[in-house]
Design a protein around this ligand. Structure first.
Ligand code: NAD
Length: 283
């Protein structure tokens, strides 16, 4: 039976470290600050935003909250971003996605100054990530790396397989594993004989969005498995992209869903806020 990687515990460790860094900044008279922007009333987005504000409170980061009406225009949202970009006391800007259909998400994300892009989605920061030089790394991918490293698994020289090539998870996870000296293969919907590729993995990251996609016969003994998937089943329960029961029989380390990667995303967001604040204050 595998060792279960406890994402709740590790994310709390990270938030405690962030809090200590935020306290150090406050002792110098600097208060890290995150602006959280929500457009519309999507219930899932409301929950995410509430959790982000709670995490800010926990870490001692000031949060500015902007809850805009569903019919907010693109121009109005861009004007708010311009205002937050210019506000020296605001270190990070997070626009909760998805945005209503009449707003061009790319245009909004491009408008956020890269040094305030605490989600790590701006092409400038994605570029820095690809050359192994990013300060602000996409939160979920950075969280995956922390889970692996803090479990005592060395990535250097390992055969790493990432299933999924999305811009927000699969691709950046692959780039980060490469920066950590892994030998990385990325699989996607057109990959041939995916089971065989997955069986080569010593570290396997699943970000597919299909419940229980990775089965027991797709992994080798001793693999470390990071399950990014969050799928809601018909019975209302959450389920990952990995068949936990089968795969945990063979894996050395595995993340559960929920309680694995999920809590890490917000912890890494908090970490990015402190990084952004320090950089903006030349610390
Ligand atoms: P996505 O739909 O953008 O990308 C899915 C990827 O999987 C694509 O690159 C696609 O090529 C690949 N894929 C689809 N079907 C496949 C198949 N049959 N075989 C091989 N590859 C296949 O999804 P995403 O945004 O990357 O998210 C992936 C999962 O991670 C989802 O369940 C999502 O809810 C979850 N997620 C979790 C967090 C978190 O905080 N834990 C954050 C983001 C996403």
């Amino acid at each position: 039976m595998a060792n279960i990687i406890d994402g709740k515990l590790i994310s709390t460790e990270i938030k405690d470290e962030v809090k200590a860094k935020a306290d150090e900044l406050k002792a110098k008279g600097i208060e890290p600050c995150l602006a959280v922007v929500l457009v519309g009333e999507d219930p899932a987005s409301q929950v995410y935003v509430r959790n982000k504000k709670r995490a800010c409170e926990y870490c001692g980061i000031k949060s500015l909250s902007y809850e805009l009406k569903e019919d907010t225009t693109e121009e109005e949202l861009l004007a708010l971003i311009d205002k937050l970009n210019a506000d020296k006391d605001c270190n990070g800007i997070l626009v909760q996605l998805p945005l209503p259909k009449h707003i061009d998400e790319n245009k909004i994300l491009l408008r956020i100054l890269p040094e305030k892009d605490v989600d790590g989605f701006h092409p400038y920061n994605v570029g820095l990530l690809s050359i192994g030089n990013a300060d602000l790394k996409a939160c979920t991918p950075a969280g995956c790396i922390e889970l692996i490293k803090r479990s005592g698994v060395d990535i250097t020289g390992k055969r790493c397989v990432v299933v999924g090539r999305s811009n927000i998870v699969g691709k950046p996870v692959g780039m980060l594993l490469l920066s950590e000296n892994g030998t990385v293969t990325t699989c996607h919907s057109r990959t041939k004989d995916i089971a065989e590729v997955c069986r080569q993995a010593e570290i396997l990251v699943a970000a597919v969005g299909i419940p229980k996609f990775i089965k027991g016969d797709m992994v080798s003994e001793g693999v470390t498995v990071i399950d990014v998937g969050i799928n809601r089943l018909e019975n209302g329960k959450l389920c990952g992209d990995v068949d936990f029961e089968e795969v945990s029989e063979k894996a050395a380390y595995i993340t559960p869903v929920p309680g694995g990667v999920g809590p890490m995303t917000i912890a890494m967001l908090m970490n990015n806020c402190v990084i952004a604040c320090k950089k903006q204050n030349n610390i």
